[in-house]
Design a protein around this ligand. Sequence first.
Ligand SMILES: *[C@@H]1O[C@H](CO)[C@@H](O)[C@H](O)[C@H]1NC(C)=O
Ligand SMILES: *[C@@H]1O[C@H](CO)[C@@H](O)[C@H](O)[C@H]1NC(C)=O
Ligand SMILES: *[C@@H]1O[C@H](CO)[C@@H](O)[C@H](O)[C@H]1NC(C)=O
Ligand SMILES: *[C@@H]1O[C@H](CO)[C@@H](O)[C@H](O)[C@H]1NC(C)=O
Length: 291
Amino acid sequence: MAIGLNSLLDYCTKNSSVFFLTVQVFPPVNFTLTVSALAQVLLRWKPSPSQEQKNYTIRYDVKISSPVFEEYDTRKTHSFQTAVLHNGFSAHVRTLLFHKGLQMASGWVTAELQPPPGAEDTAVTDLSCITHFTISGAVSLHCTWLPGKGAPEDTKYFLFYRYETYTEECQDYIQDKWKRNIECRFSATHIVPDEIDELVVIHVNGSSKYATIKPFQQLFNQNAIEKVNVPRNVTAFLEQNDLVATWEKPLSTFPKGCFEYEFYLINLKSGNKQVIASLVPKHYTLFLPLS
Ligand SMILES: *[C@@H]1O[C@H](CO)[C@@H](O)[C@H](O)[C@H]1NC(C)=O
Ligand SMILES: *[C@@H]1O[C@H](CO)[C@@H](O)[C@H](O)[C@H]1NC(C)=O
Ligand SMILES: *[C@@H]1O[C@H](CO)[C@@H](O)[C@H](O)[C@H]1NC(C)=O
Ligand SMILES: *[C@@H]1O[C@H](CO)[C@@H](O)[C@H](O)[C@H]1NC(C)=O
């Protein structure tokens, strides 16, 4: 007679109890957070010295609880995270141990970054940024913001952008009537035109004699903030009884297929206006019979 189901279950239970009784899973030690760049944190930890490593697969479960929830596991003992840090950052890590199809987890250890100091309502608000693909092939960046409601009149704001590992402070500010910086331009940046979904990190801090100014950070997807240029080489001429218009794709990192065009026709004599929307041209030419 073959081995009965009950004795098989018995066997498995006994063997896994042996495993559970003899293997302990310890949380990692020395878990630290370091700001490694603007809006970037380096999480580091060490395996517990008490942890038996032989014959087991050890991984780590990382959980970010603030500012944005995220959970993942890794074999490594460090990890980089991109996140806005003006409201602080909080993360947890635990050890996962795999052995013969069983998984065990330790308790969590936690580390936090406190929000940077600053008086209430002194951070900038309404930050908005756009990029342009320029004729020289570079990407320009233009940002505007409003001073915080609680920011003293002498507040001076400073804007920085980070793209991958490159960070630069703005040198070209535009000011409001109290001489506070409220706008900044970079005529050329290190933003790579045809990257997809890369982030542009913006950091705005400031100083004042009367208050500590709270910094503010925002992450922009580079594709989402590209401001489309106008079509190039627009021409219009008459050919017999047709008005012929031609144009070319605007300077852009986006390919041809991403564009639609609108055509406004204004008859100066009659004042009639005609809008031809959503043109998807094959040859960038439009023939309009003139009646
Ligand atoms: C954890 O940090 C302490 C103090 O810095 C150090 O003495 C210890 O060796 C570290 N533990 C490990 C496993 O690196
Ligand atoms: C664990 O590994 C050691 C050698 O590293 C080996 O001698 C031993 O048999 C292994 N034990 C199990 C249960 O696989
Ligand atoms: C603003 O942030 C930059 C970049 O982190 C830093 O070097 C600078 O000291 C900060 N300035 C103030 C006034 O906090
Ligand atoms: C637009 O016209 C200029 C001058 O005629 C020409 O040099 C350029 O190549 C044209 N642009 C494109 C995208 O064809």
